[in-house]
Design a protein around this ligand. Structure first.
Ligand code: ATP
Ligand code: MG
Length: 563
């Protein structure tokens, strides 16, 4: 017996117009269809229909996590400060963290993610290698004071996450736990009916080695990723690499060029009548306080985030006027690597050995041409530091890459021993000696998945849920007359008894037009209408997605919907 939910008793108020503050499709539709209501920026109430979808997603996640042997727990959201101080994240999270005090003045936080606490739980509960590997998960409320909580439940300040953590003795064990999670995620997202890509990611503040993101392509997404139209390569833009290919070409000797009033690449390229790509731009930054030059082709931008990732944990800052004081070797606007003896030189692989450039001559109002990498200057480190652009070559097959927007719905990390080191998480090994544990951490944005699914499946009429997560299997509409309502309720009872989840619009005094519009907006995959031919016991079944219709008797409708 499945639930038969009567619209006449359901707390749902649909809206004809988009909410004024909504920019994205999921935000507009989830509010209009009565799934969620906003309480404050990034803080949402899940109304009955929304709660059903959220629970359906949680159920799928739970089933697949259980299937790989992960054990469900529930940790608090209100957490003591100390573990996060120990891991330095109390500071590192900056403004993202919600911090608070209790009546005695002790400091707490609302958990943004739970690596610290899980590490401590396992340290408390697990003593021997015999008890490992262990995988633990929870579906729980997380808190992050996001700078721009926009796009509805896509980016909340309070949101639902499935987070899991694996604990192993060996690197091979961790790789296996990671593989199990990756496969479980593939099953989960397939069951949810999400279109997604797995991309390699940089692990950022989390530290650690292997890391992949699950991205759901959608225009409302806040992540940009690269997609190869020719092969299976897809990656986070920050993870794209460019192959270093030395060239062997003859170049003339270095020649100075008088270039007054050309402090920028644009003015220089125009003055010389060359493309910006023929020039070498040298950005000066401070790395842990020391000036470092970063060389990239003049038509490319340096991605400071990427540079920061490469150089972490060193701190990268932009230089200020003061940094030039007493540095005669650094001529602002006219820096060239050929004169930078005391400065570490980092370059993009496009500045490969053998390539020749027009660059600063380390003299005011002067540039130099035929400045050749490897001949006239040495590159200390080749790092991928430019902002990726549409058409850049695929690192795998060389085809021009496409840039697309996507929503990050999941993230898997091989954390390694970072947290185990912080908290001294050891277990007794096979030979009686303590062994340090290695960890993985894996997240799915459960509430964000609702938004991602809404984005991907909606059409002009409204929401259009994949079957497994829809709030009901069928939306039965009683067109209006008593006879029609009677038939609608009768077929609904029978469907419910046959295990079909039913939402039945039995509202009196609501026009058929409004009921049909609401049914389209709410987005249950099948719509069954008791209309014109109700007296003969004939209903019309409509597929919400394809719009296909067929007339069926009650028995036929039940057979069709239970098939
Ligand atoms: P983002 O880059 O979007 O801020 P993140 O990389 O900080 O996300 P993780 O720490 O990897 O996120 O969290 C795991 C998952 O939780 C993410 O893949 C995402 O699906 C979800 N998530 C993260 N932040 C939010 C949020 N503010 N609202 C809803 N879901 C979120
Ligand atoms: Mg992430």
């Amino acid at each position: 017996m499945a639930q038969v939910q009567r619209m006449s008793r359901l707390m749902v108020k649909t809206l004809r117009d988009d909410p004024a503050d909504a920019e994205t499709l999921n935000h507009k539709l989830l509010v209009r269809a009565g799934y969620v209501r906003r309480n404050a920026a990034g803080i949402w109430t899940w109304l009955p229909l929304g709660k059903k979808v959220l629970d359906n997603i949680s159920r799928v996640v739970r089933e697949e996590m259980d299937a790989i042997g992960a054990q469900e727990v529930l940790l608090p959201a209100l957490l003591p400060k100390e573990p996060y101080e120990a891991s330095a994240r109390w500071e590192e999270y900056g403004d993202l963290l919600f911090r608070l005090k209790d009546r005695k003045g002790a400091e707490y936080l609302l958990g943004p993610t739970h690596e610290e606490i899980f590490t401590l739980i396992v340290k408390d509960q697990v003593a021997s290698y015999k008890d490992l590997p262990v995988m633990l998960y929870q579906i729980q409320t997380k808190y992050r004071d996001e700078a721009r909580p926009r796009a509805g439940v896509l980016r909340g300040r309070e949101f639902q996450m499935k987070d899991s953590y694996s604990f192993d003795i060996t690197d091979e064990g961790l790789a296996e736990s990671y593989r199990l999670h990756r496969e479980a995620y593939q099953k989960i997202f397939a069951r949810l009916g999400l279109d997604y890509r797995i991309v390699s990611a940089v692990s950022g503040a989390m530290g650690g080695s292997a890391s992949e993101e699950f991205l759901a392509p959608a225009p409302a997404g806040e992540d940009t990723f690269v997609d190869c139209p020719a092969c299976d390569y897809a990656a986070n833009t920050e993870a794209v690499t460019f192959k270093l290919t030395p060239v062997s070409e003859e170049h003339g000797p270095v020649e100075e060029l008088a270039t007054p009033d050309t402090p920028t690449i644009e003015t220089l390229a125009e003055h010389l009548g060359v493309p910006a790509s023929a020039t070498l731009k040298n950005l000066l930054v401070k790395v842990d306080g020391e000036i470092v030059a970063v060389g990239v082709p003049g038509d490319r931008e340096v991605d400071l985030g990427k540079l920061g990732e490469h150089l972490a944990p060193a701190v990268v800052e932009l230089v200020t006027a003061e940094d030039f004081e007493g540095r005669e070797d650094l001529v602002r606007g006219y820096v060239g690597p050929q004169g930078l003896e005391k400065v570490r030189y980092i370059a993009d692989p496009r500045v490969a050995p053998g390539t020749a450039w027009i660059t600063g001559a380390n003299k005011a109002d002067t540039h130099a041409k035929n400045v050749v990498a490897g001949r006239d200057f040495e590159v200390d480190d080749y790092l991928d530091v430019v902002v990726v652009e549409e058409g850049d070559p695929c690192p795998k097959c060389g085809t021009g890459l496409k840039l697309d927007r996507a929503i990050e719905i999941g993230h898997i990390f091989q954390l390694g021993r970072k947290y185990a080191d912080t908290f001294g998480l050891d277990v007794l090994g096979q030979h009686g000696k303590p062994v340090r544990v290695t960890m993985g951490s894996y997240g799915i944005g459960v509430s964000r998945a609702v938004a991602a699914l809404a984005e991907q499946s909606a059409d002009d009429q409204g929401l259009c849920w994949p079957k497994e997560i829809a709030p009901a299997d069928v939306h039965v509409v009683a067109a209006g007359k008593a006879l029609q309502t009677e038939l609608a309720l009768d077929v609904s009872e029978k469907l419910g008894a046959a295990g079909v989840r039913v939402l039945v619009d039995d509202r009196a005094g609501v026009s058929p037009g409004v009921k049909f519009t609401d049914a389209e907006l709410i987005g249950v995959p099948k719509i069954l209408v008791a209309g014109r031919r109700s007296a003969e016991g004939v209903l019309e079944l409509k597929d919400r997605r394809t719009g296909e219709r067929e007339e069926l008797t009650v028995e036929e409708a039940i057979a069709r919907l239970t098939a």
